[in-house]
Ligand binder design. Structure first.
Ligand SMILES: O=c1ccn([C@@H]2O[C@H](COP(=O)(O)O)[C@@H](O)[C@H]2O)c(=O)[nH]1
Length: 292
């Protein structure tokens, strides 16, 4: 008898999509949500919150996105709780995206990536969010690490918050991307990185594109035909920030096959008594909108 070979990154993401659809449940223990869930605003409260969300998501959706900041605010005790949440989520078979938004010069951002993407690391996740403010090239080492460890990156390209528009829609003045918007230039470079392994269903390099945006005005082409590995797109902005899942296909166009529909407060606000139903219902809505 031969054991099944372990799934690679693209297969793991694809398996989550195939089994449960494209919904991703954010794990954001805001103080008001801890209160709503009857938990203390402490590291223990945040850990308990995270573990309960993982339990509620299990068998209803396939992807979770812990927001690292809400654990980090308690210092080392918060990190200990986050490690538990990440480990439980991964051992429950969920695809885990650490929303850590790291970025720095190449040699330093590599260390950030090691924390989140190294196999066996206490903070091991399937993927992490990362910033290209210091240039997409500064992310070469995290990308190499992701490829070697079968992990993934989601690079901020066009973010859901309104304050980002002026910067992300600005035109690049020099280099091969001269004339493109900042968001469009990041998209183009990450698309190239994602194409490195064209035979895989999804590549290790993805982008963050907010669902609240008119992406064309950011220079993001949502009509370009997909070639090779599908580009993974982390899509925050649904629910509390105003985007509706019924708009997913209109917003993302040809990018839709790789879109991860991410929602945190809009689901977590259902509280401990309502979270299971809220997740199950939203997962169905997401798939109904995607025309499955
Ligand atoms: O462009 C971005 C990038 C990341 N986020 C993060 O997603 C969640 C959104 O939470 P909601 O409660 O669903 O609004 C949060 O963790 C953000 O830090 C984003 O909103 N926009």
């Amino acid at each position: 008898m031969t054991a099944n070979p372990p799934l690679n990154y693209g297969e793991r993401l694809g398996a989550a999509f195939d089994r449960f659809g494209h919904l991703c449940v954010g794990i954001d223990p805001h103080p008001w949500l801890l209160d709503r869930w009857g938990l203390a605003d402490t590291a223990d409260g945040a850990r308990e919150f995270g573990l309960r969300v993982v339990e509620a998501v299990w068998n209803r959706a396939g992807i979770v996105k812990p927001q690292v900041a809400f654990f980090e605010r308690y210092g080392s005790a918060g990190y200990l709780g986050l490690e538990r949440v990440l480990a439980e989520a991964r051992s429950a078979g969920l695809f885990v995206i650490a929303d850590a938004k790291r970025g720095d010069v190449g040699s330093t951002v590599e260390a950030y990536a090691q924390a989140w993407l190294t196999r066996g690391s206490p903070l091991e996740s399937d993927a992490m969010t990362i910033s290209a403010f210091q240039g997409v090239g500064s992310l070469a080492a995290p990308f190499a690490l992701a490829m070697a460890a079968d992990k993934g990156l989601f690079v901020l390209a066009a973010t859901s918050n309104p304050e980002a528009a002026a910067l992300q829609r600005a035109r690049v003045g020099e280099g091969s991307s001269a004339g493109s918007t900042v968001a469009g230039a990041i998209m183009a470079e990450i698309r190239e990185w994602n194409a490195v392994r064209p035979d895989e269903r999804f590549g290790s390099a993805g982008v963050v594109l907010g669902a609240t945006l008119d992406l064309a005005s950011f220079g993001v082409d949502t009509e370009e035909e997909e070639r090779g590995a599908i580009l993974p797109v982390l899509a925050p902005g649904f629910g509390h920030q105003g985007a509706s899942v019924s708009e997913t296909r209109r917003i993302y166009g040809t990018l839709s096959p790789g879109v991860i529909v991410s929602e945190s407060r809009g689901l977590l606000g259902a509280g401990p008594e309502g979270i299971e139903d809220a997740v199950a219902r939203r997962a169905e809505e997401v798939e109904a909108q995607r025309g499955r």
